[in-house]
Each structure stands twice: as structure tokens, then as C-alpha cells.
Design a protein around this ligand. Structure first.
Ligand SMILES: Cc1ncc(COP(=O)(O)O)c(C=O)c1O
Length: 408
């Protein structure tokens, strides 16, 4: 009676029933390793000194509501960052700050999606995007990311889903949950699809600074200045301040009268919620002037790099698990051998909940990322390397007992 119909299919992948089970097992007095969100501060990662200083200096200034789309200093820093990545024909007026990419995802969908509009989303998918489309009464349509192609999608396969209702292609690069970084060749092909069918691209690039092994990130907006692209970024991951709620989006390629009208809608929606967290906005110039913090943690000897190594090595030693080594983000998407561990379709949450009870290790199963195959889960590379290695071993052991219990 009270529920709006549009909430019917909205689910949280990372804080759903498996997480609730983890909290229950924890409340019974057990220590549970909760690897459900990419929340580095929760695992003891320190706030960079550059940001601590920016916050201390902002105390008085941050007390007032700011300009709705964001403070000038933050926008100028973002503009310089975007131009440095090769964006063309943008100004501070194309930048909109928000309470994390999460708020902006809902805002952009409210601004652009009409009931029934189709939005192409990756599968697996960080389901902020599908949820935001559903809340705007749009229809998420999945394109596949292929494990055998290092979790990259295929532009022809994406194009096969285009209909006369398709409005947007969402790409998450580097990707959550797979940690895949997309090649320029692939990005250019996706641009061709968008160009051919007059589609908008939403590019979630929140992990663009979280790269390993010398990898370089290309922003799709820079590769195709002629296409309307909304690029999303923020400080949650690169500067370990998820709780500050600091994100932004940059509109590029929205030209002509339609483009101007659309940006006016974004200004209006920004004003409706007055402004985003001002402390976080004051951190943006300091954070973007401090790329070292991120680079260090992603380099050999750095916190994320060493955790990635520990995870991949442990999976490679496991009996039932395998993984594509990720070059970006904080995650990898692990495969459980379906020939040897028989998890039935639709049972992956059950599998994860039993594992929480048995091993006190919590991971998000593939269905938390709208992935239909039941034999996948995401590892968050944030606990200490030894803890991660032990967790992978526990998961591997659990696979054996699960199969004995449920199949033999
Ligand atoms: C791909 C992706 N986009 C957006 C977000 C949310 O970011 P924010 O903290 O800026 O809301 C996350 C968080 O995990 C994410 O993985």
C-alpha cells in the first residue's frame, strides 16, 4: 500500500541479505571478515594529510550552503584535471558536484530517463546504475562483459541490444566488480555505436586513478568530444574518503540548444537539494593536487598493490577457484569451478550466507552484480594481505564442504 511500484526491483548488491546475515553472525559474538564494500577507511587506510589540512582550513567556510553545482575552487581543479586527460570544449559550467557518484547517478537518471527508456548496462554491473535507472522508471538492458576477454565487453554485442527505446550506454571503467581496464580500441568502438544510434554515454570513472602495472586510463569523453558523455568521478576511492560523499560529473559533447537546456535541468536538480557536502568540496583541490597518495598505494610495496598480489596468488593456489588478474580498482571477480562445485542457478546468495555462518567470511556473490551465473563472487582487496590469503583459503575449503553437503 505504501510502496511505490518503481522500487519493486531495486536491490542493494553489497548491503543486501548476505550482509544482513554477516551482521547477525557477528552479533552472536563472531569476528566476521566483511568484504562487501570498497570502503578502504573501514580497513584502516588513513586519510591523506593533504585532505586533513584542507578540512581543518575549511571549518568556517564550509558552514554555509555553497553554490548548488559546487564551489568555484573545486570546479576549477576538476576542470584542470579533465583537460589534463584530454577533454575538449568544456568549462566550469559543465561540472556538477554531488554527494558522491551515487547521488549524481540518481540525479542524471532523473534528468534524462523517461519511463520505458532503455539504458544499456554492463553485466556484471555495479548496481548503482541499474537501481538509478529503475528509480527513474527506465529499463536496464544488460550487455555482457566476457571473462575470456579479460572481462571486456564487445562493441558488436553492445550494439545488438540497441532498440528504438535505447537512450544511454553505461560503462564502468575501470570496472567494479571485475577490475578490468578498457582499451582505447574498445572505447573507440563503443563511441562508434553511440554515434551511429545517437546515444548518450554515462562513463563511471571513479577508479580512473586506481591503476596498477603501469596501466594508463583513457577517458571515453576525451576520445570522442563529439558525443554527449557524462563522466563521473570522485574522491571516495582515490583518497579513501567514502564517508565524505564527494563526487562530480562532467558534461561534454552536449551541444546546441538541447545541450544547454539539459544543463539547465541539471542546475535545477542541483538547486533542489541546495548543495552537496561543502567540507568534501573544499577537499577537491587538495586531493587533485595530491595524486601521490593514490599512486603510492597502487605501486609495488603499496597497500592495494600488495593486497592484489596476495589475492591473486592465493586464488592461483586454490583448488576450486580461478581469477583474471585485475589492473584497476579494488576488486577482482573470482570464478568457482562449476564442474567441481555445483551451485544451482539462483543459489549463490545461499552459498555466500552459508559461508558466512561456516567460515565467518563475507563476499558478495555474482548476483549482487546482476550476474546470472551462480559460480562467481567479488573479492574486495582491502583486508591485510595475510587476512586476504587466509580468507581465500577458507573460501576454497568451503567450496569442498559445500559440494559434499549439497551434491554428493
Ligand atoms: C563503480 C562505482 N561507482 C560509484 C560508486 C559510488 O561512489 P560514491 O562513493 O562516490 O557514491 C562506487 C562505490 O563502490 C563504485 O564502485
Amino acid at each position: 500500500m505504501y510502496k511505490a511500484e518503481r522500487t519493486k526491483n531495486v536491490v542493494s548488491g553489497t548491503r543486501g541479505i548476505v550482509y544482513k546475515e554477516a551482521l547477525r553472525v557477528q552479533a552472536e559474538g563472531n569476528k566476521v571478515l566483511k568484504m562487501n564494500t570498497g570502503n578502504p577507511a573501514a580497513f584502516g587506510f588513513p586519510v591523506p594529510d593533504s585532505l586533513k589540512k584542507a578540512i581543518a582550513e575549511a571549518t568556517e567556510k564550509a558552514a554555509a550552503y555553497s553554490e548548488s553545482t559546487g564551489i568555484k575552487e573545486a570546479k576549477e581543479a576538476i576542470l584542470a584535471y579533465d583537460l589534463g586527460k584530454g577533454f575538449k570544449n568544456i568549462s566550469v559550467n559543465d561540472i556538477f558536484l554531488g554527494n558522491g557518484v551515487s547521488e549524481l547517478a540518481e540525479m542524471i537518471c532523473s534528468a534524462m530517463i523517461d519511463p520505458g527508456d532503455e539504458v544499456l548496462c554492463p553485466c556484471p554491473n555495479y548496481n548503482l546504475w541499474t537501481n538509478s535507472v529503475l528509480l527513474a522508471e527506465g529499463k536496464p538492458v544488460f550487455y555482457e562483459c566476457f571473462e575470456e576477454k579479460n572481462w571486456m565487453p564487445d562493441a558488436d554485442e553492445i550494439e545488438s541490444h540497441v532498440t528504438d527505446k535505447t537512450k544511454v550506454i553505461v560503462i564502468i571503467n575501470p570496472n567494479n566488480p571485475t577490475g578490468a581496464l578498457y582499451s582505447d580500441e574498445l572505447l573507440l568502438k563503443i563511441c562508434d555505436v553511440a554515434r551511429r544510434h545517437g546515444l548518450v554515454i554515462f562513463a563511471d570513472e571513479i577508479y580512473d586513478r586506481l591503476l596498477m602495472d603501469g596501466a594508463k586510463h583513457s577517458s571515453i569523453a576525451a576520445l570522442a568530444p563529439d558525443i554527449p558523455v557524462m563522466t563521473f568521478n570522485g574522491l571516495s576511492k582515490s583518497h579513501i574518503v567514502c564517508g565524505f560523499r564527494c563526487g562530480w560529473m562532467t558534461a561534454s559533447g552536449f551541444t546546441g540548444k538541447d545541450g544547454e537546456e539539459f544543463k539547465t535541468v541539471l542546475e535545477t536538480l542541483s538547486s533542489v537539494r541546495l548543495c552537496s557536502n561543502t567540507f568534501a568540496q573544499f577537499c577537491v583541490p587538495a586531493a587533485l593536487a595530491d595524486p601521490v597518495y593514490t599512486v603510492e598505494m597502487m605501486s609495488p610495496g603499496g597497500r592495494i598493490y600488495e593486497r592484489r598480489e596476495a589475492t591473486i596468488n592465493a586464488v592461483n593456489e586454490a583448488e576450486y577457484l580461478s581469477v583474471v588478474k585485475n589492473t584497476g580498482a579494488l576488486y577482482c571477480f573470482v570464478r568457482i569451478d562449476p564442474e567441481r562445485v555445483h551451485i544451482k542457478d539462483g543459489d549463490d546468495k545461499q552459498f555466500a550466507m552459508e559461508m558466512v555462518r561456516d567460515k565467518h567470511v563475507m563476499v558478495v556473490p555474482g548476483s549482487g552484480f546482476d550476474y546470472p551465473k551462480p559460480n562467481y563472487f567479488r573479492v574486495v582487496m582491502l583486508p591485510e594481505p595475510e587476512e586476504l590469503a587466509k580468507a581465500i583459503k577458507d573460501i576454497d575449503d568451503f567450496c569442498r564442504t559445500y559440494d559434499e553437503k549439497h551434491y554428493h
